[in-house]
Write a protein that binds this ligand. Structure first.
Ligand code: ADP
Length: 543
């Protein structure tokens, strides 16, 4: 027997409808690259999102499921696109601005983006590749200074685009399972893959992440969004914030410690999110300059890479700031687990508490995790048995966009994360390793396989392998292990870098090389990266 409740689809537009009805005066603040401060309200956001939807429908006859790209920093216009694009029935495809031009070209063509909303300061990246993007009909330029010029074809100013659009249209009716947004994630082969979020998955992630045990968002809060909006929809934080009536603060490109701290202070941000690299930098500056009693930040969400226990402990001890460690992936919307203490931990010592908080944490509702050992056995939750982390749930990917990849799913339909770890008796996940051949630097991916293939194409190189090495600031950096064809030859870093650009973004280039006689191999002849990591740790790679 079915329940007798109304069927109201869980759509992202219902989030802004609610925000506008209940919290119309709540503020959204953007700090632009030149430090200009822009403030408006949820009611303004609502109207301008409607205008986006109307302009897309009226000027481009956007159809359900059309892909509309964004290439922008964190600001209120980007948020308008989070709501306005799905409000027109289309998909908001946020493009990572840190990728190389060839990766961006691949992604836009793979997505078949019809329109790109782009920050004026970021247009040079697209001017180089626009001729290679046949599906893109127009570029809508955001935040253009007076006299701005671009060679992009069909460039329209954002404000002109929405100037005469209606701010009271009905959102296009969609099914809650329709797609509302898309982000690409790095593949180990170097080809990124699209992850398509549904209205329903986004809505449920936003609600659950707002609960006190998890993201802990309320109408009392002022959240500084330090995760780029092109990274898994800024971890879904803006959606949850609008549901809860939270003041949202967008720092545009100001993600470096000093300006970020200035924004925390000036805008009285009591919460924030960001990758460990950001928090490492912030800690160093706060420690040097000291923190006043009125410093507003009380708690932040950190993930995307492992947050070191000492850093979690130092934030707590030195400044009384709670770092909430979470684990997730683009494929999991992103939050899968999150680490908070439970009442039974109250009597533990401070260092025991930090140890727990530095774990990747417990499953959030709607997500299940399990550990599967090398023998295919589901591991007991004993905190010891190591295996691959598999995950299933309401906001976990069921398939990549346009890509069939059975290898990413178990026979019974769980998503294989490529992360390795344990789960303890209390259900806390601990990540210990990674099977996927990727390096995570400052929250951004580097494909070691793509680098290896490229380096091996250099005539002087006989063999090359790339491994992740630990780095205090960036968490990991790539190390190129190279065997030269001629032992007496030499290869400089500059020479290697100029060969690798422009196939790679600058941050993806290794700044350390180890020259060795032979690359260690496994019994089946594969590069033995475990062995190379061991040699590096023991200082035997000559770096
Ligand atoms: P995001 O960086 O937004 O979380 P990605 O899809 O780019 O999403 O990266 C996901 C991967 O990042 C995970 O599979 C894992 O390898 C790593 N990762 C994410 N969070 C953590 C964490 N808290 N600790 C260790 N590794 C993490």
């Amino acid at each position: 027997m079915q329940g007798l409740m109304m069927h109201c689809p869980l759509t992202v537009t219902s989030i802004i409808d609610h925000g506008n009805r209940v919290f119309p005066k709540k503020e959204i603040i953007s700090i632009f690259p030149d430090k200009t401060r822009h403030v408006y309200t949820y009611a303004d956001l609502y109207k301008r999102s409607k205008k986006i939807a109307d302009a897309l429908l009226g000027k481009f006859q956007v159809k359900p499921g059309d892909m509309i790209g964004t290439y922008a920093w964190n600001h209120h216009q980007h948020l308008e696109l989070y709501f306005g694009i799905p409000g027109a029935g289309a998909v908001c495809h946020t493009i990572n601005i840190r990728l190389s031009s060839s990766q961006t070209e691949f992604i836009v063509n793979n997505a078949e983006d019809r329109i790109i909303f782009i920050d004026a300061i970021l247009t040079p990246a697209f001017e180089n590749i626009a001729a290679l993007l046949p599906t893109v009909e127009a570029y809508i330029i955001m935040n253009a200074p007076k006299g701005f010029k671009t060679s992009l074809p069909n460039a329209i100013d954002y404000e002109d685009f929405i100037a005469d659009a209606a701010d009271n249209i009905d959102w296009v009716t969609v099914d809650e399972n329709d797609a509302c947004a898309m982000c690409y994630t790095s593949g180990t082969t170097g080809l990124p893959k699209g992850v398509l979020y549904s209205h329903r998955s986004t809505w449920l992630h936003a609600v659950i992440m707002s609960l006190p045990n998890y993201g802990n968002t309320s109408t009392e809060d002022r959240i500084l969004v330090g995760v780029p909006q092109f990274h898994v929809m800024a971890w879904g934080i803006p959606y949850g914030a609008v549901l809860c009536g939270t003041v949202l603060i967008f720092p545009s490109c100001h993600l470096h410690p000093e300006p970020f701290i200035d924004i925390i202070i000036n805008e009285k941000a009591n919460k924030a999110n960001g990758v460990p690299t950001i928090w490492q930098g912030i800690y160093t500056v706060l420690k040097k300059n000291g923190v006043s009693d009125s410093f507003p930040l009380k708690e932040f969400l950190v993930g995307g890479a492992s947050m070191p226990p000492t850093l979690i402990g130092n934030f707590q001890k030195d400044f009384g700031i709670k770092a909430i460690h979470a684990w997730g992936m683009t494929e999991t919307s992103p939050v899968g687990t999150l680490s908070r203490l439970q009442p039974q931990h109250a009597s533990l010592s401070d260092s025991e508490k930090i140890k727990i908080r530095a774990l990747q944490g417990q499953e959030v509702p709607c997500v299940e995790i399990r550990i599967v050992t090398e023998n295919g056995i589901i591991a007991p939750r004993d905190g010891k048995t190591v295996g691959e982390i598999q995950v299933k749930g309401v906001w976990v990917i069921s398939s990549y966009f346009k890509t069939i990849s059975h290898e990413n799913f178990s026979e019974d339909g769980w998503f294989k994360t490529g992360d390795v770890g344990t789960i303890n008796e209390e259900g806390y996940l601990k990540i210990t390793d990674r099977t996927k051949d990727l390096i995570k630097s400052g929250g951004e991916w580097i494909s070691s396989v793509a680098l290896e293939v490229a380096i091996m194409a250099y005539p002087k190189v006989k063999e090359a392998s790339v491994i992740a090495i630990p780095d205090e600031l960036w968490t990991e950096r790539p190390l190129a292990v190279i065997v030269l064809r001629d032992e007496n030859d030499s290869l400089s870093m500059d020479e290697l870098h100029s060969f690798l650009l422009p196939s790679f973004a600058k941050y993806q280039l290794p700044e350390k090389i180890s020259f060795i006689k032979e690359i260690p191999k496994t019994s089946v002849g594969k590069f033995d990266k475990k062995e190379m990591r061991r040699l590096y740790a023991e200082g035997k790679l000559g770096v």
